[in-house]
Ligand binder design. Structure first.
Ligand code: HEC
Ligand code: HEC
Length: 248
């Protein structure tokens, strides 16, 4: 029964998708191009003294290792900046594809390109990075805070191997995945296409659309993340969590 419903969901999504391949569009958020200013001071994510548990970009608070993290409360490359660059830039700026000679795929390269990154994200409409259009200012502010915090490198998060018993929960498995792959574009503020998956409830209520979009092929219209199909293990995790009834 579940299987059948799932299959028809796919057919439904596919027919929907193919019918809207031509009107693929990019969101144009209200650009806050007032330059590099303090207007982000009221953003709690910008305060390095903030409780890391309230910062969506910080390590999962349920991870016991983060208690002892010397970088807790600070913006770090691995904790905050790499996920942003990966989701927004690295598809076009890596070791093999490096548009304009720009490679943003490592800590050293990102640090070296800091000024270019900040400038390129606030260019005029024609030259802006990513080319899809301006992103929410809070994202730029996070990268600026990385410099203010001293370009901390942080710690590489443990490889995402999944739960050993094959059962998944939102908190332990799905939220970290969304934070890593989607949240820069689909957070509570400036959500691309108004599509906000920043909470358990929002994820559950929009799971059909999520699975429909992540299980497309790289290059196919509508694939999410926009940079291309994720590793199979991640896609399978979303699907398994769905079939397991989406436990919180
Ligand atoms: C879809 C591909 C694509 C993505 C995604 C992308 N870029 Fe680019 N980038 C380009 C291309 C093409 C050029 C060269 C032509 C131009 O300047 O428009 C370029 C040029 C640049 C340059 C050098 C010229 C300049 O504008 O200063 C920088 C720096 C840059 N990108 C940074 C970024 C950053 C930072 C991101 C993510 C926030 C990003 N790019 C995302 C394609 C991309
Ligand atoms: C670099 C930015 C970016 C990233 C990262 C990204 N998306 Fe998107 N997403 C978009 C844009 C732009 C749109 C609107 C255009 C479209 O519908 O294809 C969109 C649309 C969607 C839609 C359709 C929304 C609707 O109203 O039907 C879904 C579902 C979606 N994304 C899911 C995801 C998931 C799940 C991830 C992570 C695995 C993800 N996206 C990562 C930019 C992104």
């Amino acid at each position: 029964m579940k299987k059948l419903a799932f299959a028809s969901l796919f057919i439904f999504l596919f027919s929907n998708l193919t019918s809207c391949t031509t009107d693929y569009y990019y969101p144009v958020e209200e650009p806050e191009m007032s330059g590099i200013s303090d207007d982000s001071a009221d953003d709690p994510a910008d305060d390095p003294m903030d409780d890391p548990a309230t910062d969506q970009n910080d390590p999962d608070p349920s991870d016991p290792a983060s208690d002892a993290d010397p970088d807790a409360g600070y913006i770090t490359y691995y904790g905050d900046v790499e996920p942003i660059l990966k989701q927004l830039c690295v598809a076009c700026h890596n070791t093999t594809v490096h548009e304009d000679g720009v490679d943003l795929s490592t800590y050293d390269k990102a640090k070296y390109s800091f000024n270019d990154i900040i400038e390129s994200m606030q260019e005029d409409e024609d030259d802006i990075m990513p080319p899809s259009g301006p992103v929410d200012y809070s994202i730029i502010a996070t990268i600026l805070d990385w410099k203010d915090d001293g370009f901390r490198e942080g710690q590489v998060s443990a490889p995402d191997t999944g739960n050993t018993d094959g059962t998944y929960t939102y908190t332990a498995d799905i939220k970290p995945l969304i934070d890593q792959e989607c949240i820069v574009c689909h957070g509570a503020t400036g959500a691309a296409a108004g599509f906000d998956i920043s909470s358990y409830d929002k994820t559950v209520s929009q799971i059909d659309a999520i699975i429909g979009r992540i299980d497309l092929q790289t290059g196919q219209a509508g694939i999410m993340p926009t940079a291309g199909r994720m590793e199979e293990i991640k896609i399978q995790k979303f699907i398994d969590w769905y079939t397991q009834g989406m436990p919180e």
